[in-house]
Each structure stands twice: as C-alpha cells, then as structure tokens.
Design a protein around this ligand. Structure first.
Ligand SMILES: [Zn+2]
Length: 255
C-alpha cells in the first residue's frame, strides 16, 4: 500500500467574517478568519492536486487579499502545474475551480452530478447559485466534456493506488472528499464538507447548505472512513497553516 503525504497550500486570505459563516446559525457576533486552500498529495508516483484555486483574472476581479497564483506555490514543492496529470475538483464553487486552466495537461475528476448541476441545470443560473460559480472555469470544463481530460465519477471511486474519491454531498449537490492512505492511516481531505476543524468535532455544518440531511450523513460517512478525527481536514481553516509544519511559505505538511 502506498503511503502518501498531504500538503496544504494556502493561496489567499485570511479573510474575516461572521462566525455564523463557519458554524451555521451560531457565533453571529464573533469575528473569525478563514483562508483559501488547494492541497497536494505526493508519494505514490504521480502527484495529485486537489482543487484548482483561483485564476489570476478572478483574483484581480475579486481583489483577493493575500492571493498568490497557486501554480507558483506548487513549484516551491517541486510540482509544475503545467505538468500535473491529476486534479480532483471537490465541488464547483469558484474558490475551488477557477484555476483549472493553470493545469493544461491534467485530467479533472469531478462527480457527474456536480458537473451536471452547475453546467446543465437551468436553476444553477439563478443568482442564488450563480454567485458561487466562475463562468470562465465552467466554460473550460465544459470544453473538456467527452475528452480524456475529464473523468465524471458516479459516487465513490478509487482513482489511483491509495487515493479514493468519496461522494460527500451537503454543501454542494455532489461534493466529493478525497480519502488518502498515509503513514498515519486513512486521512480525508473533506474540502467544504467542513469550513473548519470544529465542524467535524462538533458535528455541525458550516454555511452554504444545499442539503442539510445529506450533509449530516456525509459527516457520519467521513468519520467512518477516516482513521481518526485528527485526520479529517476541512476546506478553509487557517489552522491548517498555523498548526502544521511549514515546508515552504504558506505550504504545510498535514500528514
Ligand atoms: Zn470553499
């Protein structure tokens, strides 16, 4: 069994906001920080990048504080974005998809239902949903349909030795988490199934809920699949940068 290492790459932030964004319907009065990440899995042959971060264009348009091109960061740990062959897109919100064109050789792994919803369901163009997507990234992914650069998954799937995508809906229609075999056991990159570690510890969702019942089933599933709760990683917690060993600026080794 291959033992992988997992790195968290903070590409923007921290941003401040109400605590209720990170702990649904709680902590309205608290001001809390969140940061934006992509992740990298190394050690079993080809490196796998999890999520694509944000493109230079969108970062400028949104005036993203602390933004660095994720491709530049990856080069600091020896990964050339334009040579990466595998990118898992956890869900199609702009902070996770916008940078897809930074990976011109990659095959993108996305849940079929997530892809269908954001690109083909008329309701997704409603402003309440549209605020979460990046049109340029969606057009790029649409152009890959039918090619071997896009792999649409139907539920749980092993994509490489020691790396499995797990359907984990709730925050988005068909978000997927990534379960990784490491020296410490099975670790899970849950992306926005939790914005912060506390969501997992307190079994409480963060915000932007598409299906609360599914979200709570997802927590049960991810807990059952991870070797320990310490190996369940959230999408936006600044502690991923603060509490782990820094291997390059804003890049930490989680496992
Ligand atoms: Zn996010």
């Amino acid at each position: 069994m291959s033992k992988h290492e997992i790195y968290a790459v903070k590409y923007a932030g921290p941003f401040t906001g109400s605590g209720a964004m990170l702990m649904w319907l709680k902590d309205w009065e608290k001001v809390v920080n969140r940061s934006y990440y992509i992740w990298c899995i190394k050690g079993g042959g080809d490196s796998v990048v999890v999520d694509a971060g944000v493109s230079l264009n969108l970062a400028a348009e949104k005036n993203l504080a602390g933004y660095v091109n994720p491709a530049d960061y990856l080069s600091r740990i020896g990964i050339k974005a334009d040579e990466v062959r595998h990118v898992v897109i956890t869900h199609m919100h702009w902070d996770h998809t916008s940078g897809v064109s930074l990976f011109p050789q990659a095959r993108f792994y996305i849940q079929r239902e997530e892809y269908r919803f954001w690109l083909k369901d008329p309701i997704a163009s409603d402003p309440v949903f549209k605020q979460f997507s990046d049109e340029a990234a969606n057009a790029y992914l649409a152009s890959l349909e039918g090619t071997d650069r896009l792999e649409l998954l139907d539920g749980d799937r092993k994509i490489l030795p020691g790396i499995r995508c797990l359907l984990a809906p709730g925050h988005s229609i068909a978000l997927q988490a990534v379960a990784v075999e490491t020296a410490k056991g099975t670790a899970i990159l849950g992306s926005d199934s939790a914005h912060i570690f506390r969501n997992y510890r307190e079994n409480w969702p963060s915000s932007i809920i598409m299906n609360l019942v599914e979200w709570m089933r997802t927590y049960k599933k991810l807990r059952e699949n991870a070797s320990s709760i310490d190996l369940l990683f959230p999408g936006h917690d600044p502690l991923m940068t603060e509490n782990y060993r820094e291997v390059a600026k804003n890049i930490t080794r989680l496992v």
